[in-house]
Write a protein that binds this ligand. Structure first.
Ligand code: SF4
Length: 382
C-alpha cells in the first residue's frame, strides 16, 4: 500500500520524506514536480537523486481522480465529473474570463446540510473527500488546461470552494488542501483568490480565521431565523446573530477583505421588499454595515424536488435597489455554462476575485445608480 502524495501539504510531505531518511529540500523538489509541473510519475523527476526515484514507488504514489466525463460550454466553461469510488461522483467546474480563470471545487461527496434550494443537499451526504481528492481537482484541471489551451503558464488564478459539500464540515481535510493552493512551491495563489463558501459553521469560521484567513463567502439567503432555518437547516444550530458575530470576528483576522453574503433569490419566499428591508435592518442591528461586506443576489435554478421557483428579474432588481439605497454593496449574478448544465445544487461559483475589490465595489455602487450591476458567475443547480 502506497501513500498518495497529493494528500500532503509541504510540511506533511517533508515529514513523509523524513520518514524515508530524506531531507526537507527533497520534499520541496517533489512538491514542485507534482504541483507546478504536473508530474504523474517519479521517473519524470530528473533532478531527484536516482536512488530516491527508485525508492519512492515502493511507498508513494501520485494518484489523481478518475474522470467520468467532461463537458465544455460555448462560453468556455468546463465541467468535469470525477469518480471517487463506491458510486460517488463529484463535480469540478472551470470558468474562464478575460482576466482570470476560476476553478470551483467540491469538498464532500454529497452534503449533510440539506439546504432546500440545493439539489446536492437533496441527494444527502455520502462522505468527506480526502485532502488528496480535494487538491486532485486543482492538480488535474490546471495541468489539463495548460495542455488543452496550449499555455505554459498558470491557467487557474482563483479557486472557490463552492462545489458539492460544506467545506467547513470537512475542515481537517480542507486545511492542508488550502495550504497547498497558497504555497509558492505549488499553486502560489494569493489568499484573496481562494474563497471558502460556508452555510455558517460558526466554530469553524473562527478556526479558519486563525489557521488560514482566506476569502470568506457566507450563504445567508434569509434575514430572519425562522425563514433561514427552513431554507438552511444548519441555522437551527447556528442562528443568524451568532453567524454574523463570527463574520465580524473573521474580519479581525482579515481586516481589508470583503465577506460576501450570498442570497439565492426564491420567488415569493425570500425575495419580497420586506425581506430586503429586514436584511438592511439586520445589518444595521449587527453594525455590519460598517464592515467590508457585500451581497450577491443569485438566480435560483429550479429542480423539481425543491418545490421552489426562480424570482423574476423585476423582483431581483427591486430587492437590490433597497439594499443599495441603504448603502450596501450589492451585485446580481449572471450565470455561466448553462448549455452544459454546469451548475449543481449549491455548486455556486463566485468568480469575483478579491484583489482590488474595494475599487471595484465602489465603481459597482456608482454603476448601480443607473442600473443593477451584473457579475459573471457560475449558477446553482445541476
Ligand atoms: S447549499 Fe451548500 S451547504 Fe447547503 S446543501 Fe448545498 S452543498 Fe450543502
Amino acid at each position: 500500500m502506497t501513500t498518495n502524495l497529493l494528500n500532503y501539504d509541504l510540511d506533511g510531505l517533508a515529514a513523509f520524506c523524513e520518514r524515508l531518511g530524506e531531507k526537507r529540500f527533497r520534499a520541496t523538489q517533489l512538491f514542485r514536480w507534482i504541483h507546478q509541473k504536473g508530474a504523474t510519475s517519479f521517473e519524470q523527476m530528473t533532478d531527484l537523486a536516482k536512488s530516491l526515484r527508485e525508492k519512492l514507488p515502493a511507498s508513494a504514489s501520485i494518484e489523481g481522480l478518475k474522470v467520468v466525463s467532461r463537458h465544455e460550454s460555448v462560453d468556455g466553461t468546463i465541467k468535469w465529473l470525477f469518480d471517487v469510488g463506491a458510486g460517488d461522483v463529484i463535480e469540478t467546474v472551470f470558468i474562464p474570463e478575460s482576466d482570470r480563470g476560476t476553478l470551483c471545487i467540491s469538498s464532500q461527496a454529497g452534503c449533510a446540510v440539506g439546504c432546500r434550494f440545493c439539489s446536492t443537499g437533496h441527494q444527502g451526504f455520502s462522505r468527506n473527500l480526502t485532502t488528496g481528492e480535494i487538491i486532485a481537482q486543482l492538480w488535474f484541471a490546471e495541468h489539463f488546461l495548460r495542455k488543452h489551451l496550449g499555455r505554459d503558464e498558470r491557467v487557474i488564478s482563483n479557486v472557490v470552494m463552492m462545489g458539492m459539500g460544506e467545506p467547513l464540515q470537512n475542515y481537517a481535510q480542507l486545511l492542508p488542501a488550502l495550504r497547498v493552493m497558497l504555497d509558492d512551491h505549488a499553486y502560489g495563489l494569493s489568499r484573496r483568490r481562494v474563497t471558502v463558501s460556508t452555510s455558517g459553521v460558526v466554530p469553524m469560521i473562527d478556526r479558519l480565521a486563525q489557521d488560514c484567513p482566506i476569502a470568506l463567502a457566507v450563504s445567508l439567503h434569509a434575514p430572519l431565523d425562522a425563514l433561514r432555518s427552513d431554507l438552511v437547516p444548519l441555522n437551527k444550530k447556528y442562528p443568524i446573530a451568532e453567524l454574523l458575530q463570527a463574520c465580524a470576528r473573521y474580519q479581525v483576522a482579515a481586516p481589508r477583505d470583503f465577506i460576501t453574503f450570498e442570497y439565492c433569490m426564491l420567488d415569493g419566499v425570500n425575495d419580497q421588499p420586506e425581506h430586503a428591508r429586514a436584511l438592511v435592518a439586520l445589518m444595521q442591528t449587527h453594525k455590519l454595515d460598517g464592515l467590508n461586506c457585500k451581497f450577491n443576489l443569485i438566480p435560483f435554478n429550479p429542480f423539481p424536488a425543491s418545490g421552489l421557483t426562480r424570482s423574476g428579474m423585476p423582483a431581483v432588481l427591486a430587492f437590490a435597489k433597497i439594499l443599495l439605497d441603504a448603502g450596501m454593496v450589492t451585485t446580481v449574478r449572471k450565470t455561466r455554462g448553462d448549455d452544459i448544465d454546469a451548475a449543481c445544487g449549491q455548486l455556486a461559483g463566485d468568480v469575483q476575485d478579491r484583489t482590488g475589490a474595494a475599487q471595484r465595489m465602489a465603481s459597482q455602487r456608482q454603476g448601480m445608480l443607473g442600473g443593477i450591476k451584473v457579475v459573471v458567475a457560475r449558477d446553482l443547480n445541476a
